[in-house]
Ligand binder design. Structure first.
Ligand code: GDP
Ligand code: GDP
Length: 456
């Protein structure tokens, strides 16, 4: 490395950074209008104004990457939803519960100008039960005169209120310091970042009515064991152990699949929050698509969520029993144009109704997990890169030819590579390298991260 103009420390630093495991997750919870979305925007430094006047807006995403004091983490935004038929307390409880479950730490937002409400008290109960570290954000303290309102929130009994103005940024830095302190050094391994032992964790996801619960019932038969069924609680069973192909798998959040939630509004939002929480906890996402229906933006969002979370992915096209020849023709075109971002994922064409190709599901999952865990030895990677760069050099720009000098795999689950280069490597060339890496080493069923370091 030294001859190539990178010093060792620089190389090691880059490898460590690229190889980071799963990021810790911070959930922002609280009742409507306390300023959760405003706070999330501030934390992630989002420029566009996404705080909507209209409540109940469905967001594309609920999980964002953020950084504070050099530490990266994910933020789960539970703003942007609406009270529904369940009543406000139940809605707040439901959305908070999903978010808290997936989180390593929680920011509980209270409107200090309003003070403690019954709904706030209900959230406190959930927080106590979940035993996650909590940072109390006393929001809307826009100036010194509001500090007294913040102090009143000691009465919640969950520790120090941090006076914050999400709108103006006042106090957010101190609060984020407290959040970082509350975060465990490594993300929770209980439900799991990737890398935990025990049964492999599967999230079965897809938009409503694609056949998730039908598929689950088909594969589970009588053979299931409910985990997380805490004695003496009324809590829904969340995860189930299911034996498939002689192997025990843990299906994440099956309660969310089995129990049909009837909500007048905000149902899509709940669904996406629940999906995001399940994906965070899983190693592999089985994404179910209704093959009888046109591939929709919602399908694409779910796929994007799983790709961005860096999970192994299997694409399952359901309701195959209903397809005629014409639909099959158009389906293939749609897959090509709409789902190109997961062209590398193993695919099964199934019918939860007839049981068609159920036996192909497990091999597909195993293939995806194998790709996800692939490690390419540095020597092999570099001989491959050397040949590639010699045969297909980067285009000359401004009289110079940027070159990939060497590379290494910094991590797995999913595979992460760092390439060291003599100049700026264009996006097109990066994609070309990813394509060739896949051709050479497989990586079936897994996203692949490539970062490039340029020599000064
Ligand atoms: P959410 O429903 O909890 O996500 O709340 P929003 O982020 O949508 O905020 C609700 C309202 O409170 C909006 O009109 C915000 O502009 C306002 N708001 C949020 N944070 C602050 C703050 O720190 N100070 C003041 N004065 N208003 C705020
Ligand atoms: P979920 O909302 O994703 O859990 O979807 P469900 O499992 O509730 O299925 C939605 C509807 O599609 C139900 O009426 C199912 O009977 C039907 N369905 C599910 N899988 C299949 C399938 O493979 N073939 C056919 N023809 N219908 C299916």
């Amino acid at each position: 490395a030294a001859e190539e103009g990178f010093d060792l420390e620089e190389v090691e630093g880059a490898i460590e950074e690229a190889g980071h495991g799963p990021l810790p997750v911070v959930a922002v919870v609280g009742r409507p209008n306390v300023g959760k979305s405003t706070l999330v925007n501030r934390i992630i430094g989002r420029r566009e104004a996404v705080v909507e006047d209209k409540p109940g807006v469905t967001r594309d995403r609920v999980t964002y990457e953020a950084e504070w004091a050099g530490r990266r983490f994910k933020v789960v935004d539970t703003g942007g939803w609406e009270q529904d038929v369940l009543g406000i307390d139940a809605s707040v409880a439901a959305q908070s519960e999903y978010a808290i479950e997936a989180a390593d730490a929680v920011i509980f937002v209270v409107d200090a100008t309003v003070g403690v409400t019954d709904t706030d008290a209900a959230v406190v109960k959930l927080l106590r039960k979940a035993k996650k570290p909590v940072v109390l954000c006393a929001n809307k303290v826009d100036g010194p005169s509001g500090e007294a309102d913040a102090l009143a929130l000691w009465s919640l009994g969950i520790g120090e209120p941090h006076p914050v103005s999400s709108l103006h940024g006042r106090g957010t830095g101190d609060m984020l310091d407290a959040v970082l302190e509350a975060l465990p050094d490594a993300p929770q391994q209980l439900f799991g970042g990737p890398g935990v032992g025990g049964p492999r964790r599967i999230a079965l996801i897809g938009r409503p009515n694609v056949g998730k619960s039908s598929l689950l019932n088909k594969v589970a038969k009588e053979d299931r064991v409910v985990v997380n069924e805490l004695a003496g609680t009324t809590r829904d069973p969340v995860d189930e152990l299911i034996n498939l192909g002689g192997v025990t798998w843990k299906f994440i959040d099956t309660a969310g699949i089995r129990k049909k939630v009837h909500l007048q509004s905000g149902a899509d939002y709940y669904a996406s929050l629940r999906t995001a929480a399940a994906v965070e906890k899983a190693e592999v996402a089985v994404i179910l698509i209704d093959a009888a229906d046109s591939i929709s933006v919602q399908d694409q969002r779910i796929v994007t969520m799983a790709v961005e979370a860096g999970r192994a992915i299997v694409m399952a096209y359901n309701k195959w029993d209903t397809l005629d020849e014409e639909r099959r023709y158009y389906l293939e075109r749609e897959i090509e144009t709409e789902l190109g971002q997961v062209a590398w994922a193993p695919r099964v064409n199934v019918s939860a109704r007839t049981g068609r190709h159920m036996e192909k599901l497990v091999p597909a999952i195993e293939t995806a997990l194998a790709g996800w865990e692939t490690r390419v030895p540095t020597g092999r990677l570099n001989s491959f890169l050397g040949e590639l760069v010699a045969a297909h050099p980067h285009p000359v720009r401004g009289g110079k030819q940027p070159r990939i000098l060497f590379g290494t795999q910094a991590g797995t689950k999913p595979p992460r590579f760092v390439l060291f280069a003599s100049g700026f490597i264009e996006a097109g060339y990066r994609r070309f390298i990813e394509r060739r890496l896949r051709e050479e080493f497989g990586f079936e069923g897994t996203p692949v991260h490539i970062s490039v370091r340029v020599r000064e």
